[in-house]
Design a protein around this ligand. Structure first.
Ligand SMILES: Cc1cc2nc3c(=O)[nH]c(=O)nc-3n(C[C@H](O)[C@H](O)[C@H](O)COP(=O)(O)OP(=O)(O)OC[C@H]3O[C@@H](n4cnc5c(N)ncnc54)[C@H](O)[C@@H]3O)c2cc1C
Length: 399
């Protein structure tokens, strides 16, 4: 049987490898190469799954939709699949799994090589803009070509990560066949914030706790890596709270850069320094990232060259408050370009969760981010791509 997979991303590659075990498979990819987004995931390290898998980590109109696919191709099966391709992985204490090579490119390579080994044909720079059901099969059209397939798998991804191939093309393609989509918005997104604090820290990564505060209430909180950018804040801890922050009317991010210490413990650590010969430049050395420490001190108005012996207890208290409770106003998110995943997508009630087959067009299968499924930060989105891609690639056969 001839099978066309539209989209050479994580879900499409998994679907193609699965389908190619019994069929003749062609992957159509509009970009210059397959796995473009996959190659930049996890800051170039690819957080490919998470040992703490739970349906509660997924969102959409019907979060339960993910359950059958996640059961059919669970984390264990995913890891043994990758091991069979020669990909070694490491699991961090948080449960996040990465390739041992620390290179997202390794994940793309093992998938690409396995697909090629199974005879999968890759047609890059093929933008599929129409799928037409015909004689029990389908014709797939680009501007200049048409191809026939008995079955089609749409793995065209979502709109997030525009620089890495994210677009609304998949939704448009499926809408022409009668599918509908929910509203879409960026999730796991960088946040735009008052950048007077963040801009001088551009590129710095700090461990911390982020609380999103609106009208005096903490409405979301997360812990882990915070990254500073030209326009605001980013990083895994920020992604976790971005959905709430992006939809709140007015809010601020309260940052704690010493989450493992109480204010009292931090005071006990820093107070002896007030009797030393240090200058303000080194007051926070060893406590937080050096650049962050210097920024906190200067923002409070203490010149870096000032001897710390001139600081009073009250000054120390101000420094501690800044380390534990710096607040910056959130101005919004960075749009689809700065988001890792699209919240919303093709309505999941239009596909069978057991097979991923369209309920509107028999013989057409959907998988990955094009559907209204988005996961938490931590490898959940790629696990959805692997599980749904695997099930779609079985083309209706039971897993
Ligand atoms: C910067 C970044 C970092 C991320 N890091 C992680 C992470 O560490 N862990 C994690 O779990 N998730 C991560 N994600 C999310 C994850 O990458 C996506 O959820 C996942 O790649 C979705 O897989 P997909 O195959 O559905 O879509 P994609 O990987 O986006 O692939 C879809 C492909 O379809 C192609 N296409 C679209 N329309 C057409 C068409 N009409 N014709 C032909 N081709 C078409 C696109 O060019 C694209 O290559 C990250 C995302 C980004 C942007």
């Amino acid at each position: 049987m001839k099978v066309i997979v539209i989209g050479g991303g994580a879900a499409g590659l998994m679907a193609a490898i699965t389908a190619a075990e019994k069929n003749e498979v062609t992957v159509l990819e509009r970009g210059p190469r397959v796995g473009r987004k996959l190659a930049v995931t996890g800051n170039g390290r690819c957080n490919l799954t998470n040992m703490n898998m739970d349906v509660a980590c997924y969102h959409g109109e019907d979060p339960e939709f993910v359950r059958p696919a996640l059961r059919a191709f669970d984390v264990e099966k995913t890891l043994s699949f990758f091991r069979s391709l020669g990909l070694l992985t490491v699991t961090e204490p948080s449960g996040r799994v990465y390739p041992l090579s620390d290179q997202a490119g390794s994940v793309v390579d093992v998938l690409r090589l396995r697909a090629a080994d199974l005879g999968v044909k890759f047609r890059c720079e093929f933008f599929a803009h129409e799928i037409r059901p015909e004689n029990g099969g389908f014709r797939v059209f680009s501007d200049s070509e048409e191809l026939f397939a008995h079955k089609v798998i749409v793995a065209a991804g979502g709109a997030a990560g525009t620089r890495f191939g994210g677009s609304e093309a998949g939704y448009i393609l499926l809408a022409r066949l009668g599918h509908t989509k929910t509203a879409i918005y960026p999730a796991l997104s960088q946040l735009r914030a008052d950048n007077t604090f963040t801009r001088p820290l551009k590129g710095v990564r700090a461990d911390g706790r982020v609380e999103i505060v609106s009208r005096g209430q903490v409405i979301a909180a997360s812990e882990g890596e915070i990254q500073f950018t030209d326009y605001g804040i980013s990083g895994p801890a920020v992604f976790e709270v971005s959905r709430t922050a992006a939809t709140a009317r007015e809010c601020a991010a309260r940052l704690d850069f010493a989450r493992f210490l109480t204010s009292g413990e931090l005071t006990d650590i820093l107070r002896p320094r007030l009797k030393s010969t240090l200058t303000a430049e080194n007051l926070l050395t060893g406590t937080v990232h050096n650049k962050l420490g210097r920024t906190i001190v200067t923002r409070l108005g203490y010149p870096l060259a000032m001897p710390v012996s001139k600081l009073t207890e009250r000054d120390l208290e101000r420094v501690i408050v800044a380390v534990k409770r710096t607040e910056i106003n959130i101005l919004g998110h960075m749009g689809m370009d700065g988001a890792q995943v699209t919240a919303g997508g093709i309505r999941t009630r239009e596909a069978d969760p057991e097979t991923m087959e369209s309920r509107i067009v028999p013989g057409l299968f959907l998988c990955g981010e094009v559907l209204d499924v988005d996961g938490d930060c931590g490898g959940y989105n790629l696990q959805w791509a692997w599980s749904s891609g695997r099930v779609a690639g079985l083309l209706g056969e039971k897993a």
